[in-house]
Design a protein around this ligand. Sequence first.
Ligand code: ADP
Length: 490
Amino acid sequence: ENETGLAAGDGLMLIDGELRGAAGGGTFGVVHPGSEEVVGWASDGGVGDAKRAVGAARRAFDETGWARDVEFRYHCLIQLAEALERQKEWLRRVLVTEVGCPVSVTRSQIDEPIDEVRHWAEYGRRFEYVADNGVHETPMGPALRKIYYEPTGVVGAITPWNVPFYLNIAETVPALMAGNTVVLKPAQLTPWSGTELGRIVAEETDIPAGVFNVVTSDANEVGAALSADPRVDMITFTGSTATGRAILAAASATVKKTLLELGGKSAHIVLDDADLSAALPMAALMACVMSGQSCILPSRILLPRKHYEEGLGILAASMANFPVGDPWTPGIMQGPQISRTQREKVLGLIRAGIDSGARVVTGGGTPENLPVGYYVQPTLLADVDPDSRVAQEEIFGPVLTVTPYDTEDEAVAIANNSIYGLSGEVSGADTDRALAVARRMRTGNVTINGRSHFGIGSPFGGIKQSGLGRRNGDEGFKEYLESKTVGMPV
Ligand code: ADP
């Protein structure tokens, strides 16, 4: 901890109720993306640590009352929510330190997830774990059927680095409240949002040993070990489609349940009656906050040809003046990319776009006034060929691609020309018409005129190669339960 606000976690894992380092003694550095400096250390756990954590989670599921005692789980998760609330400013600084996201935009990444812990505690307490399925005729006479919703078992939760605290909560708290036990594997770049959650669980709640475990590692093999371990019943994962495929393949050996939120390449169809001055500055903002490191970002803007140059002008003005800089400075809305590798990937895709005929309207490189830190200029690419790499691959940077279209059918076809199907956006004055277009988009979620699809009360997830299953909403809780239908004489 120092005067710039940097906050280092202690980097200890949580295994079977004990805060500890890696069995092999290894550590790895955590880098602040704003300074490019190693600011502390995390435990480099190995497959042995992962197996020990899975064993503890298995025992806690099979041998403690956790899976059956809803009131106790409620008590523990309310304790957790209160403890997180008390340590909120610390957690915020840990997040900004390891992600480099601007402190000004952390509300949705810290405050809201803490509220969500409370939400899941209340939701899981009210949930009806047994439902009457009615009386059915059978050859043996009438059968009364009941449906019991039971926890799935041991859940392996593998999380990415872009919104680590939020996703650590979103992937583990509903699982816990549903009666499962959990092994959390945070991303290499952002271990502390996970280890600090583990520390708070261990030090400030009555959650029994083994119910919640955190294993960090500098290698992908720990996540792979979780995905293949026969004692793990389910994998919940958020991350790239490539990693999702590897997890699905590993999980297939034991036919594990999977909940996968993968990549996206969402389109924003701007209809010809849209209010450009409202829709486009918001689109630019969405592209730049979080440095574009968001799976739901509508990064492909489709503009009607007759408003093309006007639309590009509005987008360019918003992006050229976007406040990029040191994430600790209030008012800054875009910080650095998370790592040198990610910055190179973004710059490479911008170059690939230019090579395939795209025109740079603004940005296109790194900001001259920010020589230290992994910064990328907000970048607007026009005349983008919908089949080109920059229009097909997820960029995860502050980059919008723009393509003109002539007819609504053409816009829908371009929007759906993707292996991904996570989300989409439609802007237009006539809501019925915008809704008709939204219904034709092959995605799991659509926002119309800025009225977001996203929130804890509504199911969220992708189709096509954007994933399997849903988070949030009623469906998001049921993902962590198995239904058991019991037939009996009336
Ligand atoms: P990125 O490539 O942008 O770092 P990933 O989607 O690959 O993002 O990583 C997200 C999470 O998946 C991380 O916690 C990472 O450790 C984990 N992971 C990576 N490879 C595998 C794998 N083969 N099996 C399981 N988890 C993995």
